[in-house]
Write a protein that binds this ligand. Structure first.
Ligand code: CMP
Length: 620
């Protein structure tokens, strides 16, 4: 038994063809997890491999991970969906397992290791194989709708997801709708019948989490099979607006009146049961494509590419002393910081976030480190962000980082006495989105446009709210009276400007809104800018207060300062609506409760780089 206490690297990461050849020339059996960039290496098999390695303690057994895209020898494995484990010995392929089937993986390891020992010790001939499945694929051409086998799709065309929803499918209308879609000149590249789970539906519609009918929407979308299609139009025609036009307005009643020939008018019955779905814009289309068809990749042009996001964590030991240096290195490497949040995690939250790692030997130390002080979570944006950030981080194992990649961030920013590396990066784009959602869930906040700004800049402010990606789920124009204004601003009672403030707010109608977005409370505060417009003009020149506020009192817009206030004020203003906390808000709230002192809602960030977590100035 070679149960070593210290965490050792189990799987060698092969980054390029040169390393591939080097690793394959090792003596013994090498089990390679061949993965795609969009899904990352298979996490579920790591503990199995570790167990086998520990139990056998055999120096002839090696494990590696290799991304198909970055290694020439793996060209034929690019764009595949299923987990693939290749077994090599003496540089030759000796076995292939195409699933994360633990007993099969284990059995194959034992057999192949035994066989390789016979080759090495007794000169037996090695049983070299060819990957049968690849050979078969070469012989048969893919079906036109099997998008799994089409790795790259030309970018000259635009693509969108179209869904024939459970109501239309249940009424037996799917085939009829598909014929109409084709007759209208849409090309259907994929047509998959699937029933979404509740959790998938929630995830798919997460941008609408703040809406009143969200729960009903999730129930409906997971109530039965849908047809999920990838559709396109001819070269040069943008399919997204064409498809939206074809399906008609969301509200079936409006569709019936204004666009009776549209699909929703013909097949929908009410707002929720409106028969078909279309993505709103290019960004949403690419997210939805990635959601349903992770292997669908566009050969995007430079201009059309939406930069990728990844989650970065700066752990407590380095955060307390070297935060600015780390942030500078991140910017120097060309990342922009879309969101950031400094938080104190509980053990429960660490276990939830690292649920795949809880059985690992290193987990107690990781948990101890992650709960020893505040952690900084960052959503980083750049082309190929996941890969670039991981390359910049260097090896997860600290001794490997120090010895083999001394310039990597992990080597540079880990205090010598620390056992746990101080920086985290998501393992794949899919993981990145999940992890970003963990730290920056969709929230709701209360926003107000104050009387003078509403009269003078209503449209400009609304445009900026839309452009910043907020969803306005509730909106109401209202004249506050003195009593309501005093209650609304009760936190400021006793301050010298309180009377002026309440008088100002009663001067004319205000526009009250519930906005939802990832990290909405902080994002809205960033878009507003600092309370005082003179400060806003220097620190956040693009912010609403910089552009539209007249003074610190007449500062154009208002926003809740934290989730508790947001919930209280949303109820106060929109008392008649249902405002159950979403799961996400409950999670974020528990962050806030745990870290009342640490979590600083930023008031100062610039609109372009809303990232410097600063102490807040005013609680609204
Ligand atoms: P708001 O974000 O709505 O929160 C409280 C409001 O009080 C603030 O915006 C300003 O309108 C007002 N306010 C805050 N500080 C001052 C100040 N020093 N002088 C006058 N008005 C202020």
């Amino acid at each position: 038994m070679a149960g070593k206490k210290k965490e050792i690297i189990l799987q060698i990461t092969i980054h390029n063809q040169e390393q591939w050849e080097e690793v394959l020339s090792s003596k013994g059996l090498i089990v390679v997890d061949v993965y795609q960039a969009w899904c990352g290496p298979c996490k579920t098999t790591v503990s199995l491999f570790r167990k086998i390695k520990n139990e056998l303690g055999d120096d002839l057994l090696h494990f590696a991970v290799a991304e198909a895209d970055s290694i020439d020898a793996l060209e034929k494995y690019r764009g595949k969906c299923e987990p693939t484990f290749l077994y090599f010995a003496g540089g030759d392929l000796v076995a292939v397992v195409r699933s994360a089937n633990a007993p099969l993986l284990q059995k194959t390891i034992l057999e192949q290791l035994e066989a390789e020992k016979k080759v090495l010790n007794h000169g037996l001939e090695r049983n070299v194989i060819k990957d049968e499945e690849l050979l078969e694929e070469e012989e048969t051409s893919p079906l036109p709708t099997q998008i799994e086998d089409e790795e790259l799709v030309p970018s000259g065309k635009s693509y969108t997801v179209a869904i024939i929803k459970p109501d239309a499918v249940a009424h037996g209308k799917a085939d009829e709708i598909i014929m109409k879609i084709q007759d209208a000149g849409f090309e259907i590249l994929a047509n998959e019948e699937r029933t979404m789970t509740e959790s998938e539906a929630r995830d798919f519609y997460k941008h609408r989490a703040g809406e009143e009918k969200f729960h009903e929407l999730v129930q409906f979308m997971s109530s039965g099979p849908c047809h999920v299609l990838i559709i396109s139009k001819s070269e040069g025609e943008d399919v997204i607006p064409t498809w939206r036009e074809f399906i008609g307005p969301t509200d079936v009643e409006v569709a019936k009146k204004e666009k009776p020939e549209s699909l929703r008018a013909q097949y929908g019955t009410e707002v929720l049961y409106n028969a078909v779905h279309g993505s709103n814009d290019r960004e949403q289309a690419s997210r939805e494509l990635a959601f349903f068809f992770p292997s669908f990749k566009l050969q995007q042009t430079e201009e059309s590419r939406t930069p990728e996001r990844t989650l970065a964590l700066i752990r407590p030991d380095v955060l307390k002393d070297r935060k600015d240096e780390v942030l500078q290195s991140i910017r120097d490497a060309g990342f922009s910081i879309a969101m950031q949040k400094q938080i104190m995690l509980t053990k429960q939250q660490v276990q939830e976030f690292y649920k795949e790692h809880v059985d690992q030997e290193y987990f107690p130390a990781l948990e101890q480190q992650m709960t020893s002080g505040p952690v900084l979570a960052l959503a980083l944006v750049k082309d190929d962000a996941v890969k670039h950030w991981r390359n910049l981080l260097g090896p997860a194992d600290l001794s490997e980082a120090l010895n083999e990649a001394p310039d990597s961030l992990r080597a540079r920013f880990t205090p010598r006495e620390t056992k746990i590396n101080q920086l985290h990066g998501s393992s794949s784009p899919v993981e990145a989105e999940k992890e970003i959602n963990f730290f920056f869930p969709v929230e709701r906040t209360l926003a107000a446009i104050k009387p003078d700004a509403l009269e003078e800049h209503r449209d400009e402010i609304m445009e900026r709210i839309q452009a910043a990606g907020f969803t306005v789920s509730h909106i109401k124009e209202t004249n506050l009276n003195q009593e309501v204004a005093e209650e609304f601003y009760k936190e400021h009672k006793g301050k010298p400007f309180f009377d002026q403030l309440t008088n100002y707010m009663c001067r004319g109608p205000c526009l009250m809104m519930i906005l939802s977005k990832e990290n909405a409370v902080q994002e809205w505060r960033s878009l507003m800018g600092p309370t005082d417009p003179t400060e806003a003009q220097t620190s956040s020149p693009e912010s609403l207060r910089s552009l539209f506020a007249k003074s610190i009192l007449q500062n154009a817009v208002h926003g809740s300062s934290n989730l508790n206030h947001a919930m209280e004020k949303m109820k106060f203003i929109f008392g008649d609506i249902e405002l159950e906390r979403t799961n996400n808000e409950t999670l974020t709230q528990s962050f806030l409760n745990d870290t009342a002192d640490e979590v600083k809602q930023s008031d100062e960030n610039t609109a372009t780089e809303k990232n410097e977590a600063q102490p807040s100035q005013e609680d609204g």
